[in-house]
Design a protein around this ligand. Sequence first.
Ligand code: LER
Ligand code: MN
Length: 269
Amino acid sequence: MKKSIVVSTQPTKFSALAFKEDFEESIKKVADLGFDGAELAVRNPKDLKVDDVINIIKENNLEVPAIGTGQAYGEEGLSFSDPDETIRKMAVERINDQIVFASHFNAQVIIGLIRGIIKESVNKTEAEEWTIDCLRKCTEFAKEYNIGLTLEPVNRYEGNFINTLNEGIEFIKRVEVSNLGLLADTFHMNIEEVSIYDSIIQAKDYITHVHFADSNRWAPGCGHLDFAKIIQTLKKIGYQGYVSAEILPFPDPDSCARLTAETLDKIGC
Ligand code: LER
Ligand code: MN
């Protein structure tokens, strides 16, 4: 299994990010700590100097396993389940831009918070159909670039549909495309799953990416989750992808990143 940590390419109000200030400096720190990759959280690839990002990643011998896309929802309100067709169209366009950006790194594109929250006035089945339609459009576009998307169940306080891995699997079956996998995030799973381990085993054919955060969203080792057992379970299902730390920058960015690297090494990740 390979290790990465999420780095935002720009400052953002999304809190669970170890690094979101100076991009180049953060990437150097990630490499120095021995991570294999940096997952990039990007609000809008059009705001980036893409060649500079590519060079910084290359110079530091890192991979980019995935691109996080939630800031477009958190900061601009773009979403796949919005009743306004124009907003959904803008969300699809944004994800398509992320797909082109991801193709420079052969990274997966995360579909988490960008699904949005189904509004009270909206029929749930209809909102799910809108989401399926957006996912079909984006996965079809992604095929041209040989890129996969990964659907992330999020806990009930951040999203009101697709909260568990099983709900994610059922949704993936409805979308009926070959390049849509599942992202297992231990922070959300701790809130929503009956058993983190059984859910991982049941999702073995779908998991393409993993987010690690402890029960309090601090670095692994700072809460009550049993990461040794989670790693063992991921090994048991033959998972060979990345585990990526999406954590609060506490007590400070450098310490939480160092602690993540040390803990993951210690438990044989
Ligand atoms: C949000 O809580 C989260 O876990 C992100 O990875 C979703 O895009
Ligand atoms: Mn996550």
